[in-house]
Every structure is written in structure tokens, then in C-alpha cells.
Design a protein around this ligand. Structure first.
Ligand SMILES: C[S@@+](CC[C@H](N)C(=O)[O-])C[C@H]1O[C@@H](n2cnc3c(N)ncnc32)[C@H](O)[C@@H]1O
Length: 252
């Protein structure tokens, strides 16, 4: 089979995420975070298309959103960011120390950005960099999949998402293949034109299999004082045998 690479552009990323639904699910959680903590400035690392940065701009004086993909930063600037208190910068974890505006009261890294770094060493380095960039009473929130083998296997196929663009219909299926050290993430994309399948693509990448216990160990070793794990939408304590994803609250 001929396999061509289908680039998940920021435009396609946004077409397959239901942002209204996702942000609605998280709204109470983030409102509570801003109410209960003294947060003047926020840094979102791996901000992607910028929807969280735009949301946070309503709660904080200053939001800095960074992503190493220049195309994604340009897309966010043109299509998503509306508030003047958001600054977008093309940068990743590697350049976190170089980000201006000093320390941050809240640092977020959402939507699997941490496991996408690919291996444990890079995740450990990222956690240390996050902690260094936090202000004295700062809080970091990272969100990622529950890599419990049973839960991941049970939810290995996400429901197909269908959308239309330029007269073509695209069917997206997200699939995970669990591995002890690395987990493969596939986007399987079928393109339909004039009622016929026109093309078919698989886009695969490897995530660090970041199990909750392993993550807790890494976060403690990075110096975080207190760590809380919450389930999807930040509602309630994380249940490792049931929840498909988690939010980790890391207090400096
Ligand atoms: C799955 S997307 C998540 C985007 C967004 N945070 C969300 O929740 O929808 C992962 C993002 O991480 C970014 N990324 C990849 N490598 C990175 C790195 N080394 N440092 C920071 N971000 C990175 C990618 O460009 C991409 O925008």
C-alpha cells in the first residue's frame, strides 16, 4: 500500500476538534482555578491553535502562548486570538527559559503536549523547565491521556469525525496502539469526493507512555510540592481504571 503523509495542518486540527464542546466542558474547572488562585499572568506551552489562550485572556492580565510550529502560531494569530493581552511566540519547551515576561503564576500544557515530546527524558526536562518558570506560589496544569493499558485499549478508536472542506468530505478516525514505553497515535483520514473515496492517509506519531504513577514520580523528582490528579473536564478526582484522560495540578 502506498502511504503518503497527510499533514495535520492547524486548519484541519481545528476542524476535527469541537472547540465549543471542549471549552464548555472545561469552563467550570478553569473558572475555579482562577477564582481560587492569585493568577495575573499565564503561559500556555504547546498552545496549538490558541483557543485556551483566548479563553484565559478573559481571566488574566497577561497571557503568553507558545508553540514551536510557526504555521500554527500564524493560524492562531489570524483566526483565533482576539484579545490584545495575548502574546503569541514561536517557541517550544527547549526555549522556555528564553521566554520574556519573567515568571508566570499559571503555566498550562494541554491536549497531550507533554507525551507528544516522545520520551521520558524529554518529559522530565519539560517538567523541570516548567517549575523554574513558575512564580513563588505558581501552579502548573498539564493534561494528557490515561495510559492505563486496559483503559487505552478499550478506547483505542475514537468516534469518527466527519467534516466538509472545499467540496470534499473528510472522515477522521483517531486510533491508539498501546506500547509499554511508547504509544502510537494514528490519524486515519479518508477523503471522499463526488460520492467516491478519492484518497486515504495514515498519519502516525509516537507518544511517551506516561502512566499516572510514572508521571507522579517524575513530577515529585522535579521538585513540585503538591500534586493533584483530576479526571476529564477537571471534575472530580482522577480514576485510573475508568477515566480516559487527566489533568495534573502541580503546585510549585
Ligand atoms: C495535540 S497539540 C495540542 C494543542 C493544544 N494545546 C490543545 O490542547 O489543543 C500538541 C501541540 O504541541 C506542540 N509541540 C510539539 N512539540 C513541542 C515542544 N517541544 N514544545 C512545545 N510544544 C510542542 C505542537 O506543535 C502542537 O501544537
Amino acid at each position: 500500500m502506498k502511504v503518503k503523509n497527510f499533514k495535520i495542518s492547524p486548519e484541519f486540527y481545528d476542524l476535527q476538534v469541537d472547540w465549543d464542546k471542549r471549552l464548555k466542558k472545561e469552563k467550570d474547572f478553569f473558572s475555579r482555578i482562577f477564582e481560587e488562585n492569585d493568577i495575573e499572568n499565564v503561559l500556555d506551552v504547546g498552545c496549538g491553535t490558541g483557543h485556551h489562550a483566548q479563553l484565559f485572556s478573559g481571566y488574566a492580565k497577561k497571557v503568553v502562548a507558545i508553540d514551536p510550529s510557526g504555521e500554527t502560531i500564524d493560524y492562531a494569530e489570524k483566526n483565533v486570538i482576539k484579545s490584545p493581552n495575548v502574546t503569541l511566540i514561536k517557541e517550544g519547551f527547549a526555549g522556555l527559559d528564553k521566554i520574556p515576561y519573567g515568571q508566570f503564576d499559571l503555566i498550562t500544557s494541554l491536549g497531550n503536549t507533554l507525551p507528544i515530546l516522545g520520551n521520558r527524558m524529554k518529559v522530565k526536562q519539560a517538567l523541570k523547565k516548567i517549575r523554574k518558570k513558575l512564580s513563588g506560589n505558581g501552579l502548573a496544569i498539564v493534561q494528557f491521556l490515561n495510559f492505563n493499558a486496559g483503559v487505552l485499549e478499550e478506547n483505542r478508536f475514537y468516534n469518527p469525525k466527519v467534516f466538509k472542506k472545499d467540496g470534499k468530505t473528510y472522515i477522521f478516525i483517531k486510533h491508539f496502539e498501546y506500547g509499554k514505553i511508547k504509544t502510537r497515535m494514528d490519524f486515519i483520514i479518508t477523503v471522499i469526493y463526488k460520492n467516491k473515496v478519492e484518497d486515504f492517509f495514515i498519519n502516525s506519531s509516537y507518544l511517551c507512555t506516561l502512566k499516572a504513577n510514572l508521571f507522579l514520580k517524575m513530577a515529585k523528582n522535579s521538585g513540585f510540592k503538591k500534586i493533584e490528579l483530576l479526571g476529564p473536564g477537571g471534575k472530580g478526582v482522577f480514576n485510573g481504571k475508568r477515566d480516559i484522560s487527566l489533568y495534573a495540578l502541580l503546585y510549585r
